[in-house]
Write a protein that binds this ligand. Structure first.
Ligand SMILES: [Zn+2]
Length: 398
């Protein structure tokens, strides 16, 4: 892991020091932001009536996560007083990565996940490619909510800030956000310290089941959609996005399929549309998703977001077969199989408003018996909407 990146390592100067840096940062955040959900969770589990800076809060039966945080806590205890004595407010100490460089020498400040940007908590947990894709897949509402905040701290504060905040209006969503943050951190630690590589889809799945097992107060959290009408979003830098749509008209027993591929500027790359006979709408949706995944696999593409609007099919593809008729299980399992072979590909669900172009093209496809494809220049029927979406979609934060 400490080898330079070009030699197959992760480019860390010293993984042990890096480890300690990360843990110290986490411990620091826990101490300075006790109202964060994950900090409250830790408090409830390990030190309900104690002060983590003063009291002994070690427990022999605690988890490795907590044991690890305690290593970081040791350093925080050493320097916490020093900071206050130095006449600074505790708040000024954040972000701590720069500070830690003065305590622990040879700290590499480059993000261990992407090796591109400077590693801050906001970058690592919100905007870095890996985190970005996980948030995207977890909930489009949270994805947009985080993009409206300048930093992680600001975002978390915004959950509780007023009567319109996440916590006040949608506690399930606030819980999802807290659990996602916490779990993301754990997966990042696994990647950094144990060199475990996770597929973002796997992470999303694990976070979902963690939430299901741990947050029981308000029942199961399902795929959460945005209430207000949202626009199409460009994929992150260096990513492409495939919008898929399919539907059927029973009277005509003919189904339309459409697939539109755009780059990170919203620029048109390729589209295809065709009609076919299928059993019902579920089968139609599963077929187009399979088609999109095969297309990605055949071209050996990486960094692809597939966006559809059928919740059951998308969830099925991500491992949850509830709501999928048995007749379509083999189709969905085939989707799962391909998806697990693709290294950076995420399938996510969007509201119909954002899938407008694919929706339009799919309706157009029903009128034709041929398979139609367009390269570089889009068909007239969606030209206007593509231009509009490219111009108004908010830029990606990666
Ligand atoms: Zn990064």
């Amino acid at each position: 892991m400490s080898k330079p990146k070009r030699c197959g390592g992760l480019g860390f100067k010293d993984s042990k020091k890096y480890n300690l840096t990360m843990l110290t940062k986490l411990a620091w955040r826990m101490v300075t932001n006790p109202k964060e959900k994950w900090a409250q969770l830790l408090k409830a589990l390990y030190f309900p009536n104690k002060d983590p800076l003063v009291d002994d809060i070690s427990k022999s039966y605690s988890s490795w996560v907590w044991k690890s945080i305690q290593h970081g806590l040791k350093i925080v205890r050493q320097y916490y007083i020093w900071e206050i004595g130095d006449g600074r407010s505790a708040k000024d100490v954040l972000p701590v990565n720069k500070k830690l460089g003065t305590y622990i020498r040879d700290v590499n400040s480059t993000c261990p996940m992407c090796n591109k940007e400077e590693e801050t908590s906001s970058h690592l947990l919100l905007n870095c490619e890996f985190a970005y894709v996980v948030w995207f897949g977890m909930s489009s509402a949270l994805h947009h909510s985080k993009n409206n905040s300048k930093s992680l701290q600001q975002w978390i504060k915004s959950w509780f800030s007023n009567s319109n905040s996440l916590e006040a209006t949608n506690p399930d969503l606030a819980n999802t956000a807290a659990c996602t943050l916490w779990q993301l951190w754990k997966f990042i630690c696994d990647r950094v310290f144990q060199n475990k590589i996770y597929h973002p889809r796997e992470v999303i799945q694990k976070i979902r089941s963690y939430i299901k097992d741990n947050i029981t107060t308000r029942g199961t959290i399902r795929t959460i959609t945005v209430r207000k009408k949202e626009n199409w979003q460009r994929p992150p830098k260096h990513w492409i996005k495939i919008n898929i749509d399919a539907s059927m008209i029973y009277d005509f027993s003919k189904d339309g399929f459409a697939l539109i591929i755009r780059d990170c500027t919203g620029g048109f790359l390729w589209a295809t549309a065709f009609s076919k006979v299928a059993r019902d709408v579920m089968q139609v949706e599963a077929m187009i998703l399979l088609k999109a995944l095969q297309w990605i696999k055949d071209r050996n593409l990486q960094r692809v977001i597939v966006e559809g609007d059928n919740v059951s099919v998308i969830n099925g593809c991500n491992g949850n077969l509830v709501g999928i008729p048995w007749e379509d299980h083999s189709l969905i399992l085939e989707c799962q199989q391909i998806l697990s072979d693709l290294s950076q590909c995420v399938v996510s669900c969007e509201r119909r408003g954002r899938n407008h172009a694919a929706d339009l093209l799919e309706k157009h496809a029903r009128r034709s018996i041929r398979v139609q494809s367009w390269w570089e220049s889009p068909p007239d029927i969606i030209r206007e909407i593509l231009n509009k979406e490219a111009n108004i979609s908010s830029p990606s934060s990666v």
